[in-house]
Write a protein that binds this ligand. Structure first.
Ligand SMILES: Nc1ncnc2c1ncn2[C@@H]1O[C@H](COP(=O)(O)OP(=O)(O)OP(=O)(O)O)[C@@H](O)[C@H]1O
Ligand SMILES: [Mg+2]
Length: 296
């Protein structure tokens, strides 16, 4: 039995070849989030290492979105703590997390449909004209932003968008998703979090988003990817965090386990050997912790 039950002990035992070197970029310890008497998270710990893709899988309602909302400042956890580059962080809003370098694409897509693509890419961080008009009248450097937005999309291999001045409401669902992912990729300086980025996409666009995720990893940027699509997860993930009923049921890798095994753990049909001693000790859900070694 591990003296410190939690995802970390599972992860250490099950690296399956993936090297998790150095200190984690982002770490969550014992996050608890309840909504009235509904338990969203019952004590979840997670480590995200530089340049890795960490997938989070789990059934509907398992707590995946709640987890990343805590990591990205959209929700404040009731208990637990988060560390970015080893320093404790408390995000009061998504703006706080963005300022700290964590960019998130939420499951319910947050783009501004009436604005054009460039404006969406620069939403909340508009570039001012460098002249006096920008300084004194806050005039935007529209031309500059459009040029950069175009480069950024091209850089990311998003080739189906023809006109950067096109309003986002006129884009297809997949193209809209691509803009949101491009925005996260362009501005996430420490961590990029994607909640179901390929759910609404066709084969081609999904392929582009997966390629983009790999490219971000290539730049050394760690990515958290939530997806129900097992082939996608197994294609890009270095490690897979399995959420089940508000807890982490284990961390596996595409080399240590098959898709069938992952689904079996996810649905509770089987448990990881380690999972038996990690999150599940048979007590009631709320307040119990998969990694509260730091809390008193
Ligand atoms: N704002 C809220 N108010 C009440 N309950 C909530 C709220 N947000 C989430 N929950 C509940 O918390 C649990 C976890 O929800 P969450 O959205 O994190 O699941 P998920 O794993 O992302 O599921 P899906 O795969 O369907 O997106 C669910 O039981 C959900 O009903
Ligand atoms: Mg969700």
């Amino acid at each position: 039995m591990s003296p410190e039950p939690g995802a970390a002990s599972v992860e250490n035992a099950r690296q399956g070849g993936h090297v998790t070197q150095g200190a984690p970029t982002l770490e969550a310890r014992g996050l608890v989030k309840t909504f009235g008497h509904v338990v969203g998270l019952a004590g979840v710990s997670l480590k995200l290492y530089p340049g890795e893709v960490l997938a989070i899988i789990g059934d509907n309602g398992a707590g995946k979105s709640t987890l990343i909302k805590c990591l990205s400042g959209a929700l404040t956890p009731d208990e637990g703590e988060m560390l970015l580059d080893g320093a404790k962080v408390e995000f009061k809003s998504p703006v706080d997390a963005r300022r700290a370098g964590i960019e998130t694409v939420y499951q319910t897509l947050a783009v501004a449909p009436a604005l054009d693509i460039a404006s969406n890419l620069y939403l909340g961080r508009e570039v001012r004209d460098s002249g006096p008009l920008g300084r004194f009248f806050r005039k935007l450097d529209t031309r500059g932003m459009r040029a950069k937005a175009k480069d950024e999309l091209k850089d990311l291999g998003i080739g189906t968008i023809q006109d950067i001045t096109q309003k986002v409401e006129t884009l297809s669902g997949g193209q809209r998703q691509a803009v949101a992912v491009a925005r996260a990729a362009a501005f996430g300086s420490k961590v990029v979090i994607l909640d179901e980025p390929t759910a609404a996409l066709g084969v081609r666009e999904s392929g582009q988003v997966l390629a983009l995720i790999k490219r971000l990893r290539g730049r050394g940027l760690p990515v958290i990817l939530i997806s129900h699509n097992m082939p996608h997860v197994f294609e890009v993930a270095d490690r897979i965090h399995i959420q089940r009923l508000g807890r982490c049921a284990g961390v596996i890798t595409p080399r240590s386990h098959t898709m069938e095994e992952a689904v079996a753990i996810m649905t509770g049909a089987t448990t990881l050997d380690e999972a038996a001693e990690a999150p599940g000790d048979g007590k009631s859900a709320a307040g119990r912790d998969g990694g509260d070694r730091t809390r008193t």
